[in-house]
Design a binder for this molecule. Structure first.
Ligand code: SAH
Ligand code: SF4
Length: 365
């Protein structure tokens, strides 16, 4: 990439239209063609873009670059889950995971290197925030996985922002990535199949609605009382449960979407019978479904996993009280690709064990 070159993957469609008009005296139609070549057909070699004139192609080639994240490592779990370690700009390493489920494959991508939210049960939370990823670095994870998936003859059907980082703490870059993923001349994914998961940044949940970012929402509630939630999720001091659930209600009303409530079950701490009943009351009347996530002990942070029977008991109770509840058992545990296991690494300081994943994708869509 030369200094003056624009990273194509950092442009939304309207931004590309503007750049083409301003710097290339080219029409909107050219932006459409470029989006189609790059995202629909996967072509980044301008010489193949035969419906664009030779002269313009030559100038575009000077103007744009298409960076690729290098696959630093790839591990394959016995259950078919694949974990990718990508090297992005500046040598930072981030993880993306392809999670195999019965009828679909879900791609889980990272939005930041590290995370500022410091949740006590999450490996990523122990490392602090190093930096946010650009839109391009987010899409480069997607592109890298698409490329690699060819050798497996598969691809993903869903994308979740549940890898490293708090996506709504990187709002603009994540929103732009979502727009390109769901643009019909971009990756053309259904907005129902792209999910942003948040620890509960209330103003940014509202921004999703205001700025019409068409995406599914998952909220990591993870406790039924402010006392316990604040203990394990410091963000709760700023945005307590009541305000968070008010934002959930407004999001659901504003978008006519069902919101996924994630509940990591921390044995003995947030999964008592009282919690179960309180959760039913808290969520009463909200258009939500619940994903129960047994705490992943591989995170090694001193919490307990609930027993299988107790997880099923929770599911039964929620279902009986009119709440749709699903259980998200960890996938890819043998390659440390499951929930709450992602910790960072940099190229220069590689730990002896691979960094592990913070967020197994909860196929929330
Ligand atoms: N920052 C966002 C998305 C990444 S975390 C968020 O917090 O929602 C993705 C999911 O993994 C969250 O629901 C989080 O609560 C869960 N998680 C984190 N650590 C976990 C662990 N050790 N076991 C199980 N789930 C965990
Ligand atoms: Fe960050 Fe999500 Fe982990 Fe909390 S659970 S530290 S918000 S990645």
């Amino acid at each position: 990439m030369t200094q003056s070159q624009q990273d194509f993957y950092n442009c939304s469609y309207p931004e590309l239209v503007e750049i083409l008009e301003r710097d290339f005296a080219a029409s909107k139609f050219r932006a459409t063609q470029l989006f189609e070549w790059v995202y629909r057909k996967g072509v980044t070699d301008f010489s193949q873009m035969t419906n664009i004139g030779r002269d313009l192609r030559a100038r575009l080639e000077q103007g744009f670059c298409f960076p690729r994240a290098t696959v630093h490592d790839r591990q394959i779990s016995q259950d078919g889950t694949r974990k990718y370690l990508f090297e992005v700009d500046g040598g930072d390493l981030v993880e993306a995971v392809m999670i195999k489920q019965a009828s679909r494959m879900t791609l889980c991508v990272s939005s930041q290197v590290g995370c500022a939210m410091a949740c006590g049960f999450c490996r990523t939370g122990t490392m602090g925030l190093k930096r946010s990823l650009s839109t391009s670095e987010i899409l480069q994870q997607v592109n890298g996985v698409i490329e690699d998936a060819k050798s497996f003859g598969d691809s993903f059907s869903n994308i979740v922002f549940m890898g490293m980082g708090e996506p709504l703490h990187n709002f603009d870059n994540v929103a732009r990535a979502v727009r390109n993923l769901t643009n019909s001349i971009g990756y053309a994914m259904s907005p129902r199949k792209v999910t942003v998961s948040t620890s509960g940044l209330v103003p940014e949940i509202r921004r999703l609605v205001e700025e019409k970012v068409n995406v599914s929402l998952a909220v990591s509630l993870n406790a039924s009382s402010d006392e316990v939630r604040t203990q394990v999720m410091p963000v709760n001091k700023r945005w307590p449960i009541k305000e968070l659930l008010a934002a959930v209600r407004d999001f659901a009303q504003g978008t006519r979407k069902t919101v996924t409530i994630e509940y990591v079950m921390l044995g003995g701490l947030n999964d008592t019978r009282d919690d179960m009943k309180r959760l039913v009351r808290l969520l009463h009347g909200l258009p939500v479904k619940v994903n129960l996530i047994p705490y992943n002990d591989n995170a090694g942070l001193g919490f307990n996993s609930p027993t299988r029977d107790w997880v099923f008991e929770w599911q039964r109770h929620l279902n009986q009280h009119g709440l749709q509840a699903f259980i998200r058992w960890s996938k890819g545990a043998d390659i440390a690709a499951a929930c709450g296991q992602l910790a960072t690494a940099s190229k220069r300081q590689r730990p002896s064990r691979l960094p592990v994943l913070a967020g197994e994708a909860q196929a929330a869509a």
